[in-house]
Design a protein around this ligand. Sequence first.
Ligand code: NAG
Ligand code: NAG
Length: 464
Amino acid sequence: MDVLTALLLLVHLIPVSTAKNGVSSKSRKRIMPDPVTEPPVTDPVYEALLYCNIPSVAERSMEGHAPHHFKLVSVHVFIRHGDRYPLYVIPKTKRPEIDCTLVANRKPYHPKLEAFISHMSKGSGASFESPLNSLPLYPNHPLCEMGELTQTGVVQHLQNGQLLRDIYLKKHKLLPNDWSADQLYLETTGKSRTLQSGLALLYGFLPDFDWKKIYFRHQPSALFCSGSCYCPVRNQYLEKEQRRQYLLRLKNSQLEKTYGEMAKIVDVPTKQLRAANPIDSMLCHLCHNVSFPCTRNGCVDMEHFKVIKTHQIEDERERREKKLYLGYSLLGAHPILNQTIGRMQRATEGRKEELFALYSAHDVTLSPVLSALGLSEARFPRFAARLIFELWQDREKPNEHSVRILYNGVDVTFHTSFCQDHHKRSPKPMCPFENLVRFVKRDMFVALGGSSTNYDDACHREGF
Ligand SMILES: *[C@@H]1O[C@H](CO)[C@@H](O)[C@H](O)[C@H]1NC(C)=O
Ligand SMILES: *[C@@H]1O[C@H](CO)[C@@H](O)[C@H](O)[C@H]1NC(C)=O
């Protein structure tokens, strides 16, 4: 307990101590490792606390920044759901006691929490495509169910929504006050945590919205690939990537030893413990300041956690080098990127529909999109992560449109593979929208190697 408490305090100490060194709190959120401000050896506990994304003071963000003569045309937001209860239990231990009801005077607070609950209780099934209409609109179990969104998760997305409201609605007037249903595009997977996260963000963005103007579509695939999910070559990349992951694990004797020790503590075979993905549950303990479980054989402890988390970081590093995941990602992310540029293209033609799109999704959605865009250095999507595409029009040259990409508030446009060389070639301050279009329509297949130049060919390449 003492160790945990001290570590949790870190969350509050980090901004203070970095500020003393003259480093703004913004640099903590930097998605690219910075050799100057970040320790050369990645600290597993520091990384885990970033992943928790514990709500604290309002963060600074770079959304909505553009030269004055640019006008914001449309915004496309991809989120990971907020903090959730684990998906797995550590066998033969008591699961963490976390309350998933929403209580306004319990931490983390949010001034809109009570109004959110009251607004959700007025919602009706008509706003949701089946089977979403059978899901609860906010978390409500005194002992969380597996995978349930927590109050922390709701607050994270109320904050996201409010931040986007201040920038896109108040400052840039993306939507008129009397916005209509077809100006929004809302889509979520069929889990209660993604639907509820989407609703919390939407409530922060458009407080007390008119339920009659809201329609959430259901997305059955975590890749958001709709009618284009069949892609055998993508699955082959995934199998090879999983094989790589397996071999790396076998090489790590310290990891095997740790799983063995933990298995002995909970008294199950090592294999069974590993299959229960204990890191997921341990992260929940850490994010919620609940001590790790004990049995009469001993306790799961911070040293176990560090070994497993360090291996995860190691795994991500090798994943970047071996590029199998990149192949999977280019094919996996194509359909949703294609859909997004389609929506942007219609907006460039002056159509006033779908100006704000929200996709409420998972780590396994955001991660391939980041990788496909060439943002391989980006951190693994934390709880309530947000990835945003902004479309801008140059008022001085109304036919020219530009795009900005932001990840957790950090402008990563010039780290993407379609705009990283932009400054070398062009004096324009913004990244041309055509670069993104060219990338999605053709260059992402060229990046795969082979000779394919479209999705269907790339998905069915012979002899891969
Ligand atoms: C963590 O929990 C302990 C008691 O269980 C409490 O004393 C401590 O203040 C908590 N720490 C934080 C950062 O909330
Ligand atoms: C890409 O989007 C266009 C419409 O914008 C659509 O006609 C085409 O089928 C899509 N391709 C894929 C592979 O999703």
